[in-house]
Design a protein around this ligand. Structure first.
Ligand code: ADP
Ligand code: MG
Length: 547
């Protein structure tokens, strides 16, 4: 037998209410998005002559009336005829946005699924719609529903074109009768929507000047710079926008303007923040938008992990509004976007490196963290970064790329296996005596002293097979390049006892090699070294995973 699954409408509302969005505040994003869509549609229709007459001021008003327990969303968009109300609101999951998109190819429409409107029922005991279509001689229409499958629909007198949605906030949702809360929600989700949105709280006292002023300016910036062309923007624009996103933030080092329309749509601006050695936890996150609607700041999977410390915005209509973690992981567009961002970042770094090496080196303290972490975790990035990774000479502040280091160190620092030996210091002050000794032999010692370096060194030794890293204090200078097999203590019993008295421990316990130099003006009297592998074992054990 074949047949059709029947859906019992009485059962569907409770399910929608409960499961449509786990986050109830989303209803406001959905209803304001619909108001934006309706406004964008009237603009499109007017521009092609299908809508006649003056459009008037295209704005959206969100009005809270705590006394009446209502929240209204009012637009001057296309409105709906009675047939349209019946088609779009009385049929669950029939998306008029989708239909409009196929007909007019207007890429700036937010809706797609035909469920957003129902999210209003998550917080309302009753939803009322007052609407009038832009069509000539359209009549006003009233629709209301209390969350049961029954609705009311009849003609009314309505003066203006557009739609007013009135939510009667239910008892469980009275948090949404708080003006402060509504403003915060609007600022979170609607901050960059393309139509001006005003919020008014009817309970604001008439003499509250500040609040009144606030109500007079839109809560959103309708024209955020990421939707503009990079050629139209100045450095100042980028910096101002950064401050708009993160009012407390320091000036970013530089930024990347993403602008792709094939094979997926992606715009956005990624800022490289200054990162201090101490590396505080970053609270400013990358924000993800879909057609200027805020979606989330959980951008894992979309942004490569090593770039999670960047700041800024990414906007892609190809990322649906109702993203869930499991969705993102499996989505092919997300993978492509991730790869694209990696490539863009690598290209930008390469560009700065080639065009303005000095400024690149000045920023290295911040950049090094991203670059090294990226090289460890992403082979495509590694390929590009091999050319612009730099290491700073501990003596004179010269920066070498890997190739430059090899050339500068030349034959002097090739070990028996023919590998280039990179001699590094993790602490130029404490290891000063060793550095001097190595330099005395003509060796180049570079600083690898940041928090990622221990892991970086281990990782690169595997990835760059022509290179071997040796810490400057891992042996006496004579042995740094061509390490002899681990030599046993060269101390006599007597010397050992003496040192034990000095330091309070037995030298052999710490796996140190100790060379007693005797007294001379330019060498330290004793040099204690520890073999590279022993030290690394200890570093690894103490690292505790992660970055
Ligand atoms: P979607 O936005 O995904 O299409 P919704 O459930 O949010 O689905 O809305 C369903 C449809 O109802 C919309 O596509 C639109 O045709 C219509 N609609 C909803 N709100 C408005 C509005 N404020 N003005 C005009 N039409 C609207
Ligand atoms: Mg919608």
């Amino acid at each position: 037998q074949k047949g059709q699954i029947r859906v019992q409408t009485e059962n569907i509302f409770p399910i929608i209410k409960k499961f449509l969005y786990s986050d109830h505040e989303i209803f406001l994003r959905e209803l304001v998005s619909n108001a934006v869509d309706a406004t964008q549609k009237i603009k499109t229709l007017s521009s092609i002559g299908e809508a006649k007459g003056e459009l008037g001021e295209l704005r959206i008003d969100v009005v809270l009336d705590p006394k009446e327990k209502t929240l209204s969303i009012i637009d001057r968009g296309v409105g709906m005829t009675a047939e349209e109300v019946d088609k779009y609101l009385n049929q669950v999951a029939f998306s008029g946005a989708e239909e409009f998109l196929t007909k007019y190819k207007d890429a700036n429409i937010i809706g797609h699924f035909g469920l957003g409107f129902y999210s209003g029922f998550m917080v309302s005991s009753k939803v009322e719609v007052f609407t009038k279509s832009f069509r000539e001689d359209a009549k006003g229409v009233y629709w209301s529903c209390d969350g049961s499958p029954e609705f009311e629909l009849y003609e009314i007198d309505k003066a203006d074109r557009g739609t007013r949605i009135v939510l009667h906030i239910n008892e469980d949702s009275e948090e949404f009768l708080d003006g402060y809360r509504i403003r915060r929600i609007l600022e979170k989700f609607c901050k960059f929507l393309p139509v001006a949105i005003y919020f008014k709280d009817e309970s604001t006292k008439a003499d509250d000047k500040e609040a009144k002023e606030e109500e007079e300016s839109p809560i959103n910036n309708t024209n955020p710079i990421w939707v503009k062309k990079p050629s139209e923007l100045t450095n100042e624009d980028y910096q101002n926008f950064y401050r708009e996103l993160y009012p407390a933030g320091e000036t970013p080092l530089f930024w990347i303007h993403l602008n792709v329309d094939y094979p997926f749509n992606l715009t956005g601006i990624l800022y490289f923040p200054k990162i201090k050695q101490s590396y505080e936890i970053q609270k400013d996150k990358i924000q993800l938008y879909s057609n200027q609607v805020f979606v989330t700041d959980e951008v894992k999977d979309i942004v490569p992990e090593f770039l999670m410390l960047l700041h800024g915005v990414i906007d892609s209509p190809d990322i649906p509004l109702n993203v869930s973690r499991s969705y993102l992981q499996g989505d092919p567009n997300v993978k492509k976007i991730n790869a694209h961002i990696t490539k863009k970042v690598a290209d930008k770094l390469d560009e700065i490196f080639r065009n303005d090496r000095k400024s690149f080196e000045e920023k290295w303290e911040s950049l090094g963290l991203f670059v090294k972490y990226g090289m460890m975790t992403d082979d495509k990035f590694l390929d590009k970064a091999n050319k612009f990774l730099v290491m700073e000479d501990a003596a004179d502040g010269v920066f070498y790329t890997l190739e430059e280091y090899k050339t500068a160190a030349d034959t002097l620092q090739k070990n028996k296996e023919g590998k280039s030996v990179i001699i590094y210091t993790t602490d130029p002050v404490q290891q000063d005596a060793y550095i001097k000794a190595a330099q005395g032999k003509g060796y180049k010692v570079v600083k690898l002293e940041t928090m990622v370096d221990a892991a970086f060194i281990n990782n690169m030794e595997m990835k760059w097979d022509s290179v071997h890293f040796v810490r400057v204090d891992s042996d006496i200078a004579d042995n740094l390049v061509d390490k002899q097999e681990h030599t046993d203590m060269v101390l006599s019993k007597e010397e050992e006892e003496k040192l034990k008295g000095l330091f309070g421990f037995k030298v052999s316990d710490l796996n140190l090699n100790v060379e007693v130099k005797g007294l001379s003006p330019d060498t330290p009297p004793v040099i204690a070294t520890r073999p590279e592998f022993m030290r690394r074992m200890k570093d690894m054990a103490g690292m505790g995973g992660g970055m």
